[in-house]
Ligand binder design. Structure first.
Ligand SMILES: Cc1cc2nc3c(=O)[nH]c(=O)nc-3n(C[C@H](O)[C@H](O)[C@H](O)COP(=O)(O)O)c2cc1C
Length: 353
């Protein structure tokens, strides 16, 4: 008997099942980073997923990587997100806003300045811009005081998220963005206390988590990691697993609500983190077939299984899974940017949503 449909507590939230919506950039905010009413509809339609983790949302101008991603650091952003959280709550769901500072993965945004990073090293990969895929310029290295300021930006953004009615925030420490750039041995060549040893490379992440938890409460703070995932040109290095074990222990001391792990295949590390980490563990295995979605939970390795693309394409995914009904296929051509098509017009079993 699968545990998938049994309740679970994550931080303050009492969730009625073990699925959740994984964070997915949809690039449909206004150019100033304010999410529109269409976003309220999109998230509201998916409220039965219980815990919705929002698309990556920048905590500052410098944190923006791509065009039309939302922000959460101005009054307009707060007003926009308030409409989203109101709608999600009205429909019975919960929303954590994912705080994502893109760091060096930034190009051609409305605020375009030279991107910032732990070290002045270009990722060496192409990224999505307003005129297609393009090379990314080299970033400049953050100064010591700027690191402190950036930690403060996460704190202020977390406060703004709560003001906007969010149930919490997820700090994006995964997939090649700023925090992950501090972890990488090829992206962080700093010689101060933020570079070198794995403890030093984890320092920025821990400072951000500490500041956010202090600001809004540890039970409203989650943290996403992606050990060994080379996105954005990151190499965690041989000491990567040690860094993640250390990080899990340190975040455990802070008593955060959850760790959200993008699991790329190091099963030993997953088992270690399960043992080290005291609170809820969310595990997302990219590309895992939905029929196996409960496997980590049933094996005792995870508490929650966030789902990405199937949730994007099926607003009523929970209903469909319970009824064993066929699923809509995700349309990759409408993942990023555009309007309602491929965003709010995926049909439900009850008719067009
Ligand atoms: C369109 C799209 C946008 C994404 N944007 C984000 C993001 O903003 N933040 C993040 O942490 N992961 C992001 N991801 C990764 C997903 O959260 C998830 O890890 C990935 O889709 C694999 O899970 P799945 O096989 O269930 O889709 C994105 C994925 C997709 C498909």
């Amino acid at each position: 008997m699968t545990e998938l449909w049994s309740p679970i507590t994550v931080g303050k939230l009492k969730l009625s099942h073990r699925l959740a919506m994984a964070p997915m950039a949809r690039s449909r905010a206004f150019p100033d980073g304010t999410p529109g009413d269409l976003s309220a509809e999109y998230y509201g339609q998916r409220a039965s997923l219980g815990l919705l983790i929002s698309e990556g949302t920048q905590p500052s101008d410098d944190g923006q990587g791509y065009p039309n991603t939302p922000g959460i650091y101005t009054e307009k952003h707060v007003d926009g997100w308030r409409r989203v959280t109101d709608r999600v709550h009205a429909d019975g769901g919960h929303l954590f806003i994912q705080l994502m500072h893109a760091g060096r993965m930034a190009h051609n945004t409305p605020h375009h300045r030279q991107p910032v990073a732990p070290s002045a090293i270009a990722p060496g990969v192409k990224m999505f811009t307003s005129h297609g895929m393009a090379d990314i310029p080299a970033p400049r290295a953050l100064g010591r005081e700027e690191i402190e300021k950036t930690v403060g930006d996460f704190r202020i953004a977390a406060r703004a998220a709560i003001k906007a009615g969010a149930d919490g925030v997820e700090i994006h420490g995964a997939n090649g963005y700023l925090i992950h750039q501090f972890f990488g041995v090829n992206s962080n060549l700093r010689s101060d206390e933020y570079g070198g040893s794995f403890e030093n490379r984890a320092r920025f992440a821990i400072e951000v988590a500490d500041a956010v938890a202090d600001e809004i409460g540890a039970d409203r703070t989650g943290f996403r990691i992606s050990p060994g995932v080379p996105l954005g040109g990151i190499n965690d290095g041989q000491s990567g697993p040690k860094l993640y074990r250390y990080l899990a222990a340190e975040l455990g001391k802070l008593n955060l609500a959850y760790i959200h792990m993008v699991h790329a295949g190091n099963d030993e590390l997953l088992r270690d983190i399960r043992t080290i980490w005291p609170n809820a563990l969310l595990v997302n295995r990219p590309g895992r077939p939905l029929k196996n979605i409960a496997a980590d939970i049933d094996a005792g390795l995870a508490d929650v299984a966030p789902v990405g693309t199937w949730a994007l394409a099926n607003p009523d995914l929970i209903d469909r899974l319970k009824r064993n009904a066929p699923l809509n296929e995700p349309d990759k051509t409408t993942f990023y940017g555009g309007g309602s098509h491929g965003y709010t017009d995926y049909p439900t079993l009850k008719g067009k949503s």
